[in-house]
Design a protein around this ligand. Structure first.
Ligand SMILES: Nc1ncnc2c1ncn2[C@@H]1O[C@H](COP(=O)(O)OP(=O)(O)OP(=O)(O)O)[C@@H](O)[C@H]1O
Length: 249
């Protein structure tokens, strides 16, 4: 099977045994309150955090059975706290981590062109975040264009304004349409409704709900997940993109 399979995958005291299958070619959104286990799950799927129990399989093979160089070719991981890259310019930071040429689609979606020549540590939080998102996607770009990539992004929208959230998620949707599997954690329910193929809701290291957005995104489930009174109502200030240069998936 092409995709990711979790078989009773657990991380002691942080993530209860979790079984799930996600086919390649879709975008999965992982949501849940602080401390729910979203980062733990993404790190485990990346092979960065050892499981205490169970298995994570990527295209039928245990993630920890892959050569690191092979994983590096196929798997992109954005950490919630990206590595410090001192005073490198944004352009040099991209080259520091990848030898691939920056493609138009990535440049258009992140709009980092205007500050490529500036030191990364002098950019705003959202600008720097866009460079880091670009960096991790660039690192596996050939695999993404071949539809062989596994994209794991932990809160890529941190600090991003509406426009850049939409540009990013539109790009991720396009990449999923090419056959890649995209798993992304965040805290914005409207992004789930607009872009998710599947939604996983975690709470206290356990799965609260999982499946299609229209099944999972109920006020009842979300109220339980976040201990808040979630109310679905019309007339909220929804936001979407005017246009994008990316072709439709
Ligand atoms: N390095 C660590 N060692 C031990 N426990 C940890 C470690 N990192 C996180 N935890 C704990 O594991 C649980 C899950 O944390 P995790 O970072 O996966 O949550 P999260 O859903 O990503 O939260 P957030 O929305 O705040 O980013 C939390 O209880 C957290 O305190």
């Amino acid at each position: 099977m092409n995709g990711l399979q979790l078989q009773e995958a657990a991380v002691a005291s942080r993530l209860a045994p979790l079984s799930m299958t996600w086919q390649a070619g879709q975008m999965v959104h992982v949501i849940g309150p602080n401390g729910a286990g979203k980062s733990t799950l993404l790190h485990s799927m990346a092979g960065l955090l050892p499981l205490s129990h169970g298995r994570v399989l990527w295209n039928g093979t245990d993630v920890d059975g892959y050569a690191l160089s092979e994983l590096a070719r196929q798997r992109a991981l954005l950490l919630q706290q990206p590595p410090s890259v001192f005073a490198l310019t944004a352009a040099d930071a991209l080259q520091f981590f990848s030898s691939h040429t920056l493609p138009e689609a990535l440049l258009d979606a992140t709009e980092i062109g205007p500050f490529l020549a500036r030191p990364l540590n002098q950019l705003s939080g959202g600008e720097a975040r866009r460079v880091h998102v670009c960096r991790v996607l660039l690192s596996i770009w050939p695999a993404l264009m071949a539809g062989e990539g596994l994209v794991l992004l932990d809160e890529p929208t941190l600090g991003l304004d509406f426009r850049h959230q939409h540009l990013l998620f539109h790009l991720l949707q396009w990449l999923a349409g090419k056959g890649n599997l995209v798993v992304v954690s965040h805290h914005d329910l409207s992004l789930c409704e607009a872009y998710a193929d599947k939604v996983l809701v975690l709470r206290d290291g356990q799965v609260l709900a999982s499946g299609e957005p229209h099944d999972v995104m109920s006020a009842k489930t979300l109220s339980r997940a976040f201990d808040c009174d979630v109310i679905a109502h019309e007339g909220v200030c929804a936001h979407r993109l005017f246009q994008t240069s990316l072709e439709k998936p």
